[in-house]
Ligand binder design. Structure first.
Ligand code: PMP
Length: 431
């Protein structure tokens, strides 16, 4: 049942060339130094739930491009609309009519939102949320949860390279789901609190995931109301994967601002800041723009994607398949003598091994699955897409059965991975 691999010669050749013309050969979350050595760096094609590396190896992809693939790669309805718009025009001297269509569609779906602004990446949206909150309130301090990822700008990047402390002078930390730490951070901010950022659920890398305690979410809202600060939900990763609305509708809390990206145009490059009337004035004061932010193709793709989200059962299906995957994996882990910690919503699963502090088992599991044609991640939450089928889950479970069996035999000989140790050390230092 192991997928025959055609080697990794093309990947290796590209890596060698990249090393000469790209610092480190790759950067950020795409850097394969953060992944087991056999993971491919370069891909040639993606279709439905599958990706092919440049050597022609096919993988069932549980990463979905780290989130953007929601309906399946190369979704015909979305891409037909995108190609038709491309023939008419993409980046022009101003936006197309889709700009207004897309803003209307998002405001129509997201309960707290009265307006939308578009940008390119999630970091653009979270940074604009911060500046909007400051413009609206005239205050400076911004609270973020310890360990939460909000992007790669100096105010929020998890890695310290090239950042000076002054760039984070008005950023303070609190603990997700911990009301006392939140209240202490709010009190310390005095009368200078501009915003509280919240992840829809705790989806930090390397650790178990936690859903928001509704009492914590309600307290965030109350504290914002008492201080005049803006509540920002960063839905860049989880947006439309938990509910067809802002994720905190699930706990009955409406933010002033929400940040969106990754998936609402099914992989076409666009992100958005959505806001309530409570900060429309602030949003109209900030200077936010970019050469590619008004491109028509991703906006057309976004309008079509949202239509499909409203019409289809993509969400219910991903929950059903996610539950099958979780239950099946638990049974297989038990069969082979492993204990898994499977956390987060089933359609955005985090899969960690018990008693694996340096991730050596997780890394070996990733490599064993990869060899069997399934791309899983050893320390980042994964994603389901609507193109996955029961047959795909059966294929993945068969691969997992085989992989865990092989891993059991190998377990005593596994070594820790030096780059993971370095990364965990850097993250610990950052906190
Ligand atoms: N916020 C969250 C919650 C994210 O997961 C990400 C990306 N992983 C970002 C912000 C930043 O998005 P981008 O990488 O598109 O800038």
């Amino acid at each position: 049942m192991t997928t025959p691999m055609t080697g990794n010669m093309a990947d290796q050749a590209l890596r060698a060339r990249a090393l000469k013309v790209v610092p480190g050969g790759m950067y950020g979350h795409e850097s394969t130094v953060l992944l087991p050595a056999s993971y491919p760096q370069f891909f040639s094609r993606a279709e439905g739930a599958y990706i092919w590396d440049v050597d022609g190896n096919r993988y069932l992809d549980f990463m979905c491009a780290y989130g953007p693939n929601l309906l399946g790669y190369n979704n015909a309805r979305v891409n037909d609309v995108a190609v038709a718009q491309l023939a008419l025009g993409d980046t022009m001297t101003g936006p197309s009519a889709h700009f207004v269509d897309l803003a209307e569609a998002l405001v129509g779906m997201v309960s707290h939102a009265d307006w939308a602004m578009f940008c390119k990446n999630g970091t653009d949206a979270t940074t604009m949320a911060m500046t909007t909150a400051r413009a609206q309130t005239g205050k400076r301090r911004v609270l973020v949860a310890e360990g939460a990822y909000h992007g790669a700008a100096p105010w929020c990047t998890p890695m310290p390279g090239g950042i000076v402390p002054e760039e984070r002078a008005f950023i303070s930390k609190y603990q997700f789901n911990d009301i006392a730490s939140l209240e202490a951070a709010v009190a310390a901010a005095g009368d200078d609190l501009a915003a509280i950022f919240a992840a829809p659920f705790k989806h930090d890398a390397f650790v178990d995931q936690f859903l928001p305690d509704p009492a914590y979410a309600r307290r965030v809202r109350e504290l914002c109301d008492q201080t005049g600060a803006m509540l920002v939900v960063d839905d860049v990763r989880a947006g439309f994967r938990l509910i067809r609305d802002c994720s905190w509708e699930l706990v009955g809390v409406r933010p002033d601002l929400s940040c969106w990206g990754k998936s609402f145009a099914n992989g076409h490059p666009i992100s958005a800041l959505l806001g309530s009337d409570s900060c429309r004035e602030g949003a109209s004061q900030i200077y936010a723009t970019g050469s590619f932010w008004f491109a028509a193709v991703p906006m057309a793709a976004g309008v079509e994607t949202l239509k499909i989200l409203r019409e289809s059962d993509y969400l219910e299906q991903s929950v059903r398949l996610g539950s099958q995957w979780r239950a099946g994996l638990d049974a297989l882990a038990a069969k082979h003598g492993f204990a898994l910690r499977q956390t987060g919503p089933v359609q955005m699963p985090q899969i960690l091994f018990e008693d694996d502090p340096d991730f050596r088992v997780g890394f070996a599991w990733g490599e064993a699955m990869l060899r069997r044609g399934v791309y899983v991640h050893p320390w980042h939450n994964m994603f389901f897409c609507a193109a996955m089928t029961e047959a795909d889950i059966a294929f993945a479970l068969e691969a997992a059965d085989d992989a865990l069996g092989a891993l059991r035999a190998q377990r005593a000989t596994l070594e820790p991975h030096p780059v993971v140790m370095m990364m965990l050390g850097a993250l610990a230092g950052e906190h």
